[in-house]
Design a protein around this ligand. Structure first.
Ligand code: NAI
Length: 343
């Protein structure tokens, strides 16, 4: 079995090479991302393995289909970059529903603590032997209200972490979980009452720009906004305006709307052409990490293990429990009897 592996980074290779070899799979590693221009690299391969910033739109899917590719194996949980509906009837799509929700939830809290205790400022100061504390006053998390949008795997762990800090937790979810003991409120109430808002829902047509000007206007002055989910949940221009107006107290962004051509790469010798990101990054109260929340040893191992198992299961048995279906988008909720492939 040959798999074209796109957007390869040095940290991806070891686990995939080791686990793939054990299963008789050959990964062809390409540093380039998958898009219409690079899809032809998958010629002769049974499957492609892609990550969050690969482009898997209708045109790419059609090209892969003509090349005889049978499976798109996402090594991520989110799949907003794949036109799953267009793939139906042509190529099957599998993903890694959970690899370490702890990694992302813990990163969200790391960003929050860094921001509110000014660790990023202090780190740079003490490196220069500047031991002044002026301007570094933060605030206690204890007793603050945090609003969590999306109470799935990651959101729930983030809620537990926040409870550990003695915070009051409010939550909003389109599909609230009855049994969870979570204090659900409307999205509007969450925006209005929260000192800190953390996003843990998927990017869909419905959640696109969930945080826009109107949402920011409805928030508490000084609100801290965390986004470790997907960039386009936030209208970045509205966020910048909110920061400039001193309405938003701080923003911690692991994802950015237009991150596709920027994140994951060393751009230090380049002129950043994205003025919006550049302006956001000049703000003392904005912290950006480069879609790093998933990057732990445990998560990398689990991503490789589940992806290899997805490939093995699909090609050996014709079915895979982590298959995505456009009908519901969640294979674990699928009520169809699927003795074989669903198409
Ligand atoms: P999950 O599927 O377990 O939970 C998502 C939750 O969002 C569900 O409870 C769902 O009901 C809720 N939801 C769906 N539509 C909603 C809406 N319109 N409004 C509010 N809530 C809504 O997903 P999980 O594993 O917790 O991941 C959440 C997101 O985190 C992913 O969609 C992905 O975009 C992002 N992610 C980011 C990573 C990073 O490295 N920064 C790594 C992994 C995931």
């Amino acid at each position: 079995m040959q798999i074209a592996f796109f957007d390869t980074k040095p940290y991806d290779k070891p686990s995939f090479e080791r686990l793939g070899t054990e299963q008789g799979m050959t990964f062809k590693f390409f540093e380039t991302k998958l898009n219409e221009d690079t899809a032809s690299l998958a010629a002769g391969c049974d499957a492609v393995c892609v990550f969050v910033n690969d482009t898997v739109n209708a045109a790419v899917i059609d090209k892969l289909y003509l090349l005889g590719v049978k499976l798109i194996a996402l090594r991520s949980a989110g799949y907003n970059n794949v036109d799953v509906r267009h793939a139906f009837g042509k190529i099957h799509v599998v993903h890694v529903p959970a690899y370490s929700p702890y990694a992302i939830a813990e990163h969200a809290m790391a960003l929050l603590l860094t921001s509110v205790r000014r660790i990023h400022k202090a780190y740079n100061r003490t490196r220069e032997f500047n031991f002044s504390l002026n301007g570094l006053a933060g605030f206690d998390l204890h007793g603050k209200t945090v609003g969590v949008v999306g109470t799935g795997r990651i959101g729930r762990i983030f809620i537990d972490i926040c409870h550990g800090f003695g915070m009051r937790v409010l939550a909003y979810d389109r599909f609230p979980k009855d049994d969870a003991g979570i204090d659900y409120v409307s999205k509007e109430a969450l925006f209005a009452q929260s000192d800190i808002i953390s996003l843990h829902c998927p990017l869909t047509d419905e959640t696109y720009h969930m945080i826009d000007k109107a949402a920011i206007d409805s928030m508490k002055p000084g609100v801290v906004i965390l986004n470790t989910s997907r960039g386009a949940l936030i209208d970045a221009q509205a966020l910048l305006d909110g920061i400039k107006a001193r309405k938003v107290g701080a923003a911690c962004l692991d994802v950015y709307e237009e991150e596709g051509d920027i994140f994951f790469e060393d751009r230090s010798g380049h002129i950043l052409s994205d003025d919006l990101l550049a302006r956001l990054m000049t703000m003392p109260n904005v912290i950006v990490t480069s879609h790093q929340a998933f990057l732990t040893a445990e998560a990398l191992h689990n991503i490789a293990e589940t992806t290899v198992e997805n490939l093995r299961s699909f090609f050996d048995t014709g079915v895979c429990e982590n298959e995505l279906c456009y009908r519901c988008g969640k294979v674990e909720q699928c009520k169809k009897n699927r003795p074989g492939r669903c198409f």
